[in-house]
Ligand binder design. Sequence first.
Ligand code: CTP
Length: 403
Amino acid sequence: MLGKRILLGISGGIAAYKVAYLIRILKKKGADVKCIMTPASSDFISPLVLSTLSNNPVQIEFWDRKTGGWNNHVENALWADLFVIAPLTANTLSAMSVGACDNLLLATYLSMKGKTIVAPAMDLDMYAHPTTKRNLALIKSDGVLVIPAESGELASGLDGEGRMAEPEGIAKEIELFFSSEENIHIQKLKNKQVFITAGPTYEAIDPVRFIGNHSSGKMGFEIAKEALNQGANVCLVTGPTILSLSHPNLQLISVKTAKEMQEVTELNWKHADIGIFSAAVADYRPKNEVTEKIKKSDENLVIELVKNPDILAWAGQNKLPEQILVGFALETNNLLENSVKKLENKNLNLIVMNSLQDKGAGFSGDTNKISILDDRNKLINFELKSKPEVASDILVTIINYSC
Ligand code: CTP
């Protein structure tokens, strides 16, 4: 919280006295605090207490009665990294929910581009009233973070929900806000579009049988999760898998066959900054898809196969200069030699290599052992790691490559 500028709005309720403690906590943590009070709140706590503790003048009205100077709400809002309104009374809440601004605190709220956090405080019946609930829902939908009131003894003598959260709890929420905000700033793939293929493909022989492989999709899903953590928008196209994933920045498309995966890729690849093709696509499919179950008859059954589209190679042929394309190579032997060929033939920037000869590496397990080769001939070998760690290694390598 060191150096953070916190604007503290105080509206007129008995819980206003607790704000003195809140200011002390915030100041101890190194924040710069300025207070704006509604006129009614100065009946509950003296502005002198707040100006002394915050070490800043307190503003109550649009102009200073002593100097005639303008208390500029726009400047207040621009100054603040965060606006905290505590206590938030039912009256101020209702004004916020409709955009009323007949005092300095409300005008500052409307001018605020950054985050506002509120800590409501009122008597239990007021807090439980449908109007209050509706207004809280409204300001939440406007992006305000609400620290719910707590249960306990109230100024009215009644006992119930409506007490303002304790200053320590409010300070904790403020700290949380600043730490998650910092996390957002270090997200390396913010605003990037990442296209990922994952899982196996199933190529139908007849209505009950297919040609497939042991791919679980885990690697691709872990890469998707890591890309989302890094702030990317992800389009994940997956063959049949039991895995699932949901995230506001994720578009998950399920397919069965290589042809379907190819169609999705043709539609989406052009929008991507980065493509990571981890799917274990079946190279061949039965030439004729039989619509009825094949009955057991002769000693031998011959199924003619035809080549599937090479989806990664297609993406390489249709790659824009600024796009980064990453393929996988799973080999049983001659790993490096075969990977170099795939890197060149498919026009890749990087290739993630894994050998089925390495214990713990490959398809369906929870671990993998990879090496990554790029088109500048840089080779990085990694230890055997869990798939989430491997996903993180892959993305860090891609990010470093693109910088
Ligand atoms: N790949 C693809 N479409 C295919 C086959 C493979 O997109 N029809 C992609 C895989 O997702 C992987 C890379 O190509 O990123 C390499 O796959 P792999 O099966 O190791 O190699 P192949 O090119 O199929 O060659 P081979 O099977 O002969 O090793």
